[in-house]
Design a protein around this ligand. Structure first.
Ligand SMILES: NC(=O)c1ccc[n+]([C@@H]2O[C@H](COP(=O)([O-])OP(=O)(O)OC[C@H]3O[C@@H](n4cnc5c(N)ncnc54)[C@H](O)[C@@H]3O)[C@@H](O)[C@H]2O)c1
Length: 207
C-alpha cells in the first residue's frame, strides 16, 4: 500500500506474521502494510472474540494480505502456511515468528512448583513453533531468486523477550523458552548468512 508522498520501506515484500490476530503481531502486520508489504496473517483463529480480523483491517486500509489458519507447533500447518503464501504471492521475503504464550505472566510459579505440562505446552509453541518457522521459511527463501537489486534474500525475525536474557522470578518455563529462541536465532543466522538471509531476534520488555 503506497501512500502519496511517503517513502515505503517494504514495497511488495511478502511477509508472514504468526500470531497476527492480536497484540504485537497485529500491530506489526498493520505497520508492515503501511510500509507497502503484502502481509499473510497467521494464527489459530482470525480474531479473538468480537474483534475485527487483522486481514480485514488490512483490506480496509487498502493493503494486500490474507489469513491462513495456522498452529505454529504443527509441522504440517507451518509447511502449509509457507506453501499457501508462495501459491498466492509467488515468494516469501520476511517471516515474523511472533506467536507465543506465557501462562506465568498471570500465574507465576517458582521452579519447584512448575508443571511439566505447562513446560511442554509453552515450549511447543514458543520454541518448536519458531524452529518450524525458521526451517520452512529459510528453505523457501534459499530456493527462490533474490529480488533484482535487493541486498538481502530474506529476513527472519524471531520474537524473544528480555526475560530470555534476564530471567525473572516465577517464570522459569517462559524464560527458558525465550532463551532458546535467542540461541536458535544465532545458529540460524550463521547458517543463513552465506545465503544473504538475515535472522534477528526482538526482545520486548515491560517495566
Ligand atoms: N506483550 C509483551 O509485553 C511481550 C513482552 C515480551 C515478549 N513478548 C512476546 O511477543 C509475542 C506476542 O506477544 P503478545 O503480547 O502480542 O501476545 P498475544 O497473546 O496478544 O498474541 C499472541 C498471539 O499468538 C497466537 N497463538 C498462540 N498460540 C498459537 C499457535 N499454537 N499457533 C498460532 N498462533 C498462536 C494467539 O492466538 C495470539 O493471537 C509473544 O511471543 C510474546 O512472548 C511479548
Amino acid at each position: 500500500m503506497e501512500r502519496k508522498g511517503q517513502s515505503c520501506l517494504l514495497t511488495d515484500q511478502v511477509a508472514i506474521v504468526t500470531g497476527a490476530s492480536s497484540g504485537i503481531g497485529r500491530a506489526v502486520a498493520l505497520a508492515f502494510i503501511r510500509q507497502g508489504a503484502i502481509v499473510v496473517c497467521s494464527d489459530l483463529v482470525a480474531a479473538p472474540g468480537d474483534d475485527q480480523p487483522t486481514h480485514e483491517l488490512i483490506a480496509k486500509e487498502g493493503g494486500r494480505g490474507m489469513f491462513v489458519k495456522t498452529d505454529v507447533s504443527s509441522e504440517e500447518s507451518m509447511q502449509h502456511l509457507v506453501s499457501a503464501t508462495v501459491k498466492e504471492y509467488g515468494r516469501l521475503d520476511i517471516i515474523i515468528n511472533n506467536a507465543g504464550i506465557g501462562p506465568e505472566a498471570r500465574d507465576p510459579k517458582p521452579i519447584w512448583e512448575s508443571e511439566m505440562q505447562s513446560f511442554d505446552a509453552v515450549h511447543r509453541i514458543n520454541v518448536r513453533g519458531v524452529f518450524l518457522g525458521c526451517k520452512y521459511a529459510s528453505a523457501q527463501m534459499i530456493s527462490q531468486e533474490k529480488k533484482p537489486g535487493a541486498v538481502k534474500a530474506g529476513s527472519i525475525i524471531n520474537m524473544s523477550s528480555i526475560l530470555g536474557i534476564l530471567g525473572k522470578s516465577g517464570t522459569p518455563v517462559y524464560a527458558t523458552a525465550k532463551g532458546a529462541v535467542l540461541s536458535l536465532t544465532r545458529a540460524v543466522a550463521m547458517d543463513l548468512g552465506p545465503h544473504s538471509i538475515h535472522c534477528y531476534s526482538i526482545l520486548p520488555g515491560c517495566g
